[in-house]
Design a binder for this molecule. Sequence first.
Ligand code: GLY
Ligand code: MN
Ligand code: MN
Length: 525
Amino acid sequence: MSRLGTNYRGLGMKNLSAYTRTCFRRFITLKTRPKTDVKLGQPSYETRNHILPTPGNLTPGISAIEYFQRRLKLAAQLPDKSLAIIVGNTTKFSSGSVFYDFQQDNDLYYLTGWLEPDTVMVLEKKGSHGRDEDVALHLLVPPKNPSREQWEGSKTGLEGACEFFNADNVEDVSKAASYIKSLISRNNTIFYDSKYQAKPATESLFKSFFDFGGGKGNDSMMLNDIILKSGKSINPLRKVIDRLRSVKSCAEIEVMHAAGQISSRAFNKAMGKVASESPIQTEKTLAKYLEYQFVKGGCDKQAYIPVVASGPNALTIHYTRNDDLLYQDELVSVDAGGKLGGYCSDISRAWPNSSKGFSEPQRDIYQAVLNTNRSCIDLCHEGSNYSFHDIHEFSVRCLRKELQNITGFQNVTYQDIRVLYPHFIGHHLGLDLHDVPSVSRNERFVEGNVITIEPGLYIPENSSWPKHFQGIGVRVEDDIVVGKTSDEIINLSSGCVKEIADIESLIRNGVSTPGIDAELVVLDI
Ligand code: GLY
Ligand code: MN
Ligand code: MN
């Protein structure tokens, strides 16, 4: 039996049905607002039931118990009398009072599910009794404050941090300095990653914590300095958490599967627009069409600024200007994905902007990349004993072999491949797009890793390369759960069509799922 349990049996990539699959989706009609006294600073079962339809879940698909278990797993890695300290993110401003979409520190989020800015979490490992860890979660959060809430909306507050997020101890974050000092004094070891070491103390971003709520007494005490100058042993924390985050739980895979399938459907719908009565005509509107479909399908937002590149714009690997027209008969290369409950999907496809389908050169390059994508995915199981490094080397060999079968590329060398395929085969995927970066590319894959497989070919516009192929850029990227065996590999983006015949059929016939677009989606996760 797979560690991923019965839920995922039968969902292996070979069995997963096509892009019409809607297993996570339930369609509801608008009701009257349910009565509740609960007011939190983020969605909850009580206040935003369409986002969190399952009681006990703190964020989409992830229960309060799972968050608790994550903290226990972290504590099991820590010595007795130690602290793991994470300072959450603050709101960032683009200009004046205009702020960016808030992004929580993903380690803090992974351990708590807490989504408000200006928060500090401390996990205190007091000791171990047999197999049980004696662990306390301290959350230092912005307090409820009616006049502030009139402008900014509800805060979860100290009581909410206890009641909903299971903090053992809570404090107003404006008192963080003295609180942390006292915690440090009774412990021996600190796990902490300073984000601000390079900056002088006066520029510390922690200042905003201490300004918050008007707390004057601690304004000059910088939390970062307090920790770094505590005289205790300071150890990196992120590496320990990365290790936990690199193997996804069943619940995480289910959320990522939903994100992958929703994103897949958005891609399919975009392909279906090509020969429709209302074709998409610019890179920007295609980018926004995809973003809208991600959200309409149930994602919270797009996971990153997408690449939407017509023709030779695709030769720029991270082309994010997305400000050109979609020219007739060019290949449209898209790298995009939705984000759900904090988890990213990351899909790349290319399709012809033409009712005639792929041209011969487009077809040849696309098929070479697709074959490589498929062969690499087949290796994503423990039995292959592959690491990222190995699978990248394999993809280089595979692309070379594929190209050698194409007229004009028969003599392609490994050096050429470095020009035509300048990036790496993939990365871990999770709360971060490029997840758990401290995990080495030389580590063997293990069951439950979620990774992208994204080979590509980009033929430069110069005379070193056959004329008809110049300016073609293709990347085919899927999100893969590493299996114990080859039968247990799961392709989370399997719903996104990628066979040439399927893409051409979508272009000709569009996506037809009558009724679905008229209704409100709730995800059953
Ligand atoms: N979307 C960025 C990447 O594929 O890594
Ligand atoms: Mn990627
Ligand atoms: Mn990508």
